[in-house]
Design a protein around this ligand. Structure first.
Ligand code: DQA
Length: 145
């Protein structure tokens, strides 16, 4: 079973980005953890990050075309990108699992983070558990397929 683990804008800056909010571990550390969890769960995982909305939309199209499940942290796109939402909708509409993940709990933060335009088209959402949000999301993918 294949899983694309897609990360949106500013997540490549983990480790240096607002460490009080996002912690001291780097994006490379996240990749290492996710790759290990995928191997443990028997998933063929691939982790990517982009700051570019168009690239993220293209990766979601690729997931549909290659029948690959998705763990998606849309980062700030979560809150306003109908393009990412419409691309995510194609993944779940194709019968693939798409889990929305967040490191932090957006509901405990600023009001603009309380809305996810992606949530309604995701299979489900895991938020607030740091890197473990990804581990739980991968567990959900493995349990569903
Ligand atoms: C985030 C939460 C978003 O509100 C924020 O824009 C991010 C990261 C998270 O993982 O907690 O960039 O998706």
């Amino acid at each position: 079973t294949r899983a694309l683990v897609l990360n949106g804008p500013n997540l490549g800056r983990l480790g240096s980005r607002e460490p009080d909010v996002y912690g001291a571990a780097s994006f490379d550390d996240l990749v290492t953890s996710v790759e290990k969890w995928c191997a443990d769960l028997g998933l063929q995982g691939e982790v990517r990050q982009t700051d570019d909305e168009s690239e993220l939309v293209g990766w979601l199209h690729e997931a549909v075309d290659t029948r690959t499940h998705v763990v998606l942290n849309p980062a700030a796109f979560t809150h306003y990108s109908y393009a990412v939402r419409d691309a995510a909708a194609q993944v779940t509409s194709a019968g693939l699992v798409l889990v929305e993940v967040h490191l932090t709990n957006p509901y405990a933060r600023e009001a603009f983070r309380h809305t996810s335009v992606v949530g309604a088209v995701a299979t489900g959402t895991v938020a607030g558990f740091g890197f473990d949000s990804y581990r739980l999301a991968l567990l959900a993918v493995a349990a569903r397929v």
